[in-house]
Design a protein around this ligand. Structure first.
Ligand code: SF4
Ligand code: SF4
Length: 149
């Protein structure tokens, strides 16, 4: 499953259309709205997490472009709070890139951030929320939505 976070900017003439519903129906993707707002000049801005097959997401982004919706990918980074992690290992079975694994014979759960794709799957399985998602500080979010984490 491919997961990415996007900032979508809707021109004011289509801001009230059910575009996200069409996206879901036509391209079989799942979504999670992290933030939505209307800017003073009436442009709509939404931070949206999309999940699905990579090809379907690509087609969905093309569909948005055809409607004049600008979509920018937001880089994410994942951190582990080592004070919270109690080494249960639940995240290691779900990590698709091998960034989380059990080191034998010590049986320590190791996190290698350089192998992490930012898919976020470990965040949902961790019982103590030790895995945390951060939006990349270098991403150019509009000021009114930049407080989202
Ligand atoms: S976000 Fe978590 S599950 Fe996804 S690749 Fe990174 S460490 Fe693995
Ligand atoms: S699921 Fe959470 S507590 Fe368990 S090993 Fe992974 S990060 Fe640590």
């Amino acid at each position: 499953m491919y997961t990415r976070i996007y900032v979508l900017r809707f021109p004011k003439d289509i801001v009230e259309q059910p575009i996200i519903c069409q996206l879901v129906k036509q391209f079989d993707v799942e979504f999670n709205i992290l933030k939505a707002t209307i800017l003073p000049q009436h442009e709509g801005v939404m931070i949206l997490e999309l999940q699905g097959h990579k090809e379907n997401i690509k087609k969905g982004l093309k569909f948005l472009k055809g409607l004049n919706v600008k979509a920018e990918s937001v880089a994410t980074s994942i951190h582990r709070d080592d004070d919270k992690c109690f080494q249960c290992g639940a995240c290691t079975g779900i990590c698709p890139t091998g960034a989380l694994y059990i080191m034998r014979p010590e049986m320590n759960v190791v996190f290698e951030p350089e192998k992490c794709s930012g898919c976020g799957l470990c965040v949902t399985v961790c019982p103590v929320r030790a895995m945390e998602v951060f939006l990349d500080r270098n991403s150019s979010l509009p000021e009114s939505v930049a407080e989202v984490h």
